[in-house]
Design a protein around this ligand. Structure first.
Ligand code: FPP
Length: 245
């Protein structure tokens, strides 16, 4: 179902930030902010489906999040477990395809199994592609891609001079997923924090003041409104100038 709003981005990626501040503003434990963050995620997935967004990527756990207190890490892992156990069947019934980007290192075996199950069960679905960045870091992703190309060079399967941008993109965990048109970071922070650094080359960045637990359809539409008036030139001329010449 599409609301027929023009210029809906094909791929929206979100850095979900501000859970801790949301909780502390209310005198609640940080965990409560993360828990309410899962509700915001559910609202955002539904809004993305309704708006006709084809790819939605969310930064759920970064490779740097291991620096948090052990108890908070355990809470975030527990939320992921519960999210997949509770929501997977419904997302599958809604024709949502789940992709996971990130590495298995450090994750417990049951989390790896749940993420694999979510990907396998939904792999043939044709609706929204929901990309979960979990234990993800962009520099590691790029290093892994470079290592894999270097291995091909070492065995003589690949000449260094033959390496192309497409070849690098094809070895990233996002292979087959178009680059994000719009990257939203919530909570007013303005940085990418090791998220999709290669893929963000021409993404429009929108920094929303909304704390993630308050995010939903309205805040998503506001970010899309900001995106719609941007002039995406991809290093070339503006579309308007291009047309007039
Ligand atoms: C940043 O807020 C948010 C995170 C580190 C985790 C994001 C996780 C969720 C929204 C819920 C988990 C969902 C799934 C499905 C795993 P912060 O804690 O850095 O907030 P702060 O900057 O205000 O402290």
């Amino acid at each position: 179902m599409s609301d027929a709003i023009p210029y809906i981005p094909d791929h929206v990626a979100i850095i979900m930030d501000g859970n801790g501040r949301w909780a502390s503003q209310r005198g609640l434990p940080r965990f409560e902010g993360h828990r309410r963050g899962v509700d915001a995620l559910r609202r955002t997935i539904t809004a993305a489906e309704e708006l006709g967004i084809r790819f939605l990527t969310v930064y759920s756990f970064s490779s740097e999040n291991w620096r948090r207190p052990v108890a908070e890490i355990a809470e975030l892992m527990g939320l992921l477990r519960r999210f997949i156990r509770n929501d997977l069947a419904d997302l599958h019934a809604r024709n949502v395809r789940i992709r996971v980007i990130g590495v298995d290192d450090g994750l417990s075996a049951d989390i790896v199994a749940l993420l694999d199950e979510a990907e396998k069960l939904t792999s043939s679905n044709t609706g929204l592609t929901f990309v979960v960045a979990f234990n993800y870091g962009s520099r590691r992703e790029i290093a892994d891609a470079v290592r894999s190309l270097a291995a091909d060079v070492a065995t003589g399967r690949l000449q260094p001079s033959a390496i192309t941008e497409d070849m690098i993109a094809g070895r990233l965990s996002t292979s087959g997923i178009p680059d994000p048109d719009l990257i939203i970071r919530t909570s007013g922070e303005q940085r990418l924090s090791n998220f999709l650094l290669w893929q963000a080359s021409y993404s429009e960045l929108v920094f929303s003041p909304v704390l993630w637990p308050d995010f939903g359809r309205d805040a998503l539409l506001e970010a899309i409104d900001a995106y719609r008036v941007r002039d995406r030139r991809f290093g070339g001329l503006s579309a308007a100038i291009g047309r007039s010449r």
